[in-house]
Design a protein around this ligand. Structure first.
Ligand code: P6P
Length: 334
């Protein structure tokens, strides 16, 4: 009589579930799935591993510094911004089903040849190397991505974040971490360079109901609307600490794991804040909501914002439900 194979911890892992096997498992939840979305996530995984490898030798290889040009945001483009952007575009456009690509580094949406008519088509939006100004000082940086399914021929319209079918980020830090949601919870993977695979280390992450830190650029404090200043003063009075990396992926990952609040409020010089809706705020908002948190512009859920431009900016307040709700209440008070 055959016996069930004993679960043998492989490579010291309690369960050796890779990102790819996780995604295929998610795909089986959808009987009509064609595997196209799984292939797209696979392309993002390859991009993440390649970017991680380049970052590990940055400085040895001549990939640091800026290229002497600005992107559509008016920000100095780092060499690795351009490398990461080019890599993501090349990998994604080779994936059947990717019809539209949007990048922080490109002025306009890129329309690529999708699958034969009738297949499922997707748009993939990303910030290829978020926080890249940290690169020259070996600080944490990340890749943020947002995926929508689109109808045949529907290639230029932008959808509200509530319609994302998947979102996630890659954090290039002491380890390389891939955080993903396809609408059924938030799951975390760590790259094992020895194996060359992302190994699942956490499933169905839940953000703490409240934390004890806030992440905001306090140099802009005097330009924040009064309610933000009152909220931050209240946090300090309650003993909150301040943690700010200047890279959204790093700061949001900390909030996802430890709780608390991340914000980029309106300022005098940036009345809509600095962060971009389509490839920073929306994907992070989907992740945080999937983990039981809240993600707001201060006056409405980020995921309900109807976009009208690829690079539009929104104020961002996201994190533990108690802190975000407290700030929203202050903003709503007369
Ligand atoms: P500031 C990085 O440039 C970024 O887009 C986000 O990753 C980060 O949260 C924010 O801008 C930092 O902006 O104005 O505080 O340097």
């Amino acid at each position: 009589m055959a016996q069930a194979a004993p679960v043998v911890p492989l490579l010291g892992q309690p369960s050796f579930i890779t990102l790819q096997s996780h995604v295929l498992g998610e795909e089986r939840r959808h009987p009509g799935a064609t595997g196209t979305l799984s292939w797209i996530i696979s392309a993002l995984s390859i991009a993440a591993k390649t970017i991680a490898a380049k970052l590990r030798t940055a400085g040895i290889e001549d990939v640091l510094g800026d290229i002497g040009a600005e992107n559509v945001q008016g920000e100095r483009q780092q060499k690795l911004d351009v490398i990461a952007n080019h890599l993501l575009i090349q990998l994604l456009r080779a994936r059947e089903g990717v019809a539209v690509i949007g990048s922080e580094e490109n002025d306009e949406l890129l329309l690529v040849d999708a699958a034969a008519a009738g297949g499922r088509h997707y748009s993939v939006l990303f910030d290829p190397l978020d926080g890249s100004s940290n690169l020259d000082v070996a600080g944490g940086v990340g890749t943020i991505f947002s995926i929508f399914q689109i109808g045949d021929g529907d290639s230029g319209t932008l959808q509200a974040g509530r319609h994302q079918v998947a979102a996630g980020y890659v954090l290039y830090g002491p380890s390389t971490i891939f955080v993903l949601t396809t609408g059924h919870g938030v799951h975390m993977f760590v790259l094992d360079p020895a194996v060359g695979a992302f190994i699942r280390v956490a499933e169905h992450l839940r953000i703490p109901a409240r934390g004890n830190t806030y992440a905001v650029n306090e140099a802009n404090l005097d330009g924040f609307p009064p309610a933000y200043r009152r909220f931050l003063a209240q946090c300090r009075a309650q003993g909150y600490g301040s943690r700010y990396a200047g890279a959204m992926v790093v700061d949001v990952h900390r909030v996802l794991i430890k709780g608390g609040v991340f914000m980029y409020p309106p300022t005098a010089k940036a009345p809509q804040g600095k962060l971009r809706l389509m490839y920073e705020a929306n994907p992070m908002a989907m992740l945080i909501e999937q983990a039981g948190g809240r993600a707001s512009t201060g006056t409405q859920p980020i995921l309900d914002v109807q976009p009208d431009a690829l690079h539009q900016r929104v104020p961002v307040v996201l994190g533990s439900p108690e802190e975000v709700a407290a700030l929203e209440a202050m903003l709503a008070a007369p």
